[in-house]
Design a protein around this ligand. Structure first.
Ligand SMILES: Nc1ncnc2c1ncn2[C@@H]1O[C@H](COP(=O)(O)OP(=O)(O)OP(=O)(O)O)[C@@H](O)[C@H]1O
Length: 301
């Protein structure tokens, strides 16, 4: 990993070529390929990714340019590409839309795991949208899923996005089909669905042994993943879906999405679990009408 420069809060960065000025507000996250900052351009809040590995950053920019030019939710995602100058050195960066929200695991720990079926649905919708355009996401993992409001989902980190049929170059081992001896790394919808299934097992229920220790290559298999899922009651309702996604038997993401949608619809208690606000409003409404009644009685007495 190459070392990324650290920009302090309030730092002003002016692009060498496009001359646009940004002010750093705070760090948003850091990974192997760069550091991401929340920046301001005038009144607009944007996200700036800075990395010293020009090749990696360039490949992300190329993908983002393609997605930004297409219709759909990734349209105009990429905002600017430039270099900053630090002590005579050029530091490449690109600027993209700022995605509000919390990382998936944090969102679930704050709001409760009952939100996961809805989040999974929105995530599958995003993947299906990407697949329709001829790309897969490639590096799907919990850190790359940001959730806001009532389970609204956005994907970040487009370093793994790959045209269907090409080899996936950026991936994370435990989400990778090849790591689990379940297929190759050629980009197809099933590759993302596999990672989606691993993500489900990872975030539902309690911590899983398979993700916290080094597993010998000969022990990595779909069956091992399914055993982990079967042993956790938090995963039980997803098992039929997980079997198909891990074994690669879905014809495509639309079929997987329909299956998941059925699962969400038939789920017991979904409405009550996911929409506490509705109950709260009924209670508030009832209390308000009691108060109004009491006030009316008092006035006419
Ligand atoms: N557009 C954005 N809006 C808000 N936050 C973002 C945005 N892009 C990235 N982040 C945050 O920054 C973190 C790191 O960004 P990113 O995943 O792109 O870095 P990376 O170096 O490619 O990471 P990795 O090593 O996981 O591949 C993300 O997990 C996310 O929390």
């Amino acid at each position: 990993m190459s070392s990324n420069p650290v920009f302090p809060l309030g730092k002003r960065i002016t692009g060498r070529w496009n001359k646009i000025e940004y002010t750093v507000e705070r760090g948003l996250g850091e990974g192997a390929n760069g550091k991401v900052y929340l920046v301001r351009r005038g009144q607009e809040r944007l996200a700036m990714k800075v990395g010293s590995d020009t090749l990696d950053l360039q490949s992300e920019v190329n993908t983002l340019k393609v997605l930004s030019g297409m219709e759909g939710s990734f349209r105009r995602f990429l905002v600017d590409v430039d270099d900053a100058e630090e002590q005579g050195q050029a530091i490449p960066f690109y600027v993209m839309r700022f995605v509000e929200g919390q990382q998936l695991q944090k969102y679930l720990s704050l709001k409760g795991s009952a939100w996961f079926p809805l989040i999974g649905l929105r995530l599958l919708e995003k993947l299906a949208e990407l697949h329709r355009t001829g790309y897969i996401f490639g590096d799907l993992k919990k850190e790359n899923v940001l959730v806001s409001g009532y389970g609204m989902v956005e994907l970040v980190d487009f370093g793994g996005v790959t045209p269907i049929g090409k080899a996936v170059k950026q991936f994370t081992e435990i989400y990778d089909r090849c790591y689990w001896n379940a297929g190759d790394r050629s980009a197809d919808a099933a590759y993302d669905l596999f990672s989606f299934a691993v993500l489900c097992i990872h975030v539902c229920g309690g911590p899983k042994e398979a993700f916290s220790r080094e597993i010998l290559p000969q022990n990595r298999s779909v069956e091992e993943l399914l055993n982990q899922a079967a042993a956790d009651p938090g995963c039980a309702e997803f098992l039929p879906f997980l079997k198909k996604a891990l074994r690669g038997t879905y014809a495509g993401s639309r079929e997987a999405l329909e299956d998941w949608r059925r699962l969400v619809r038939t789920r017991k208690g979904t409405q009550a679990d996911v929409r506490p606000a509705k109950d709260t409003w009924i209670k508030v409404g009832f209390a308000a009408s009691l108060l109004l009644f009491a006030a009316t009685v008092w006035y006419y007495w």
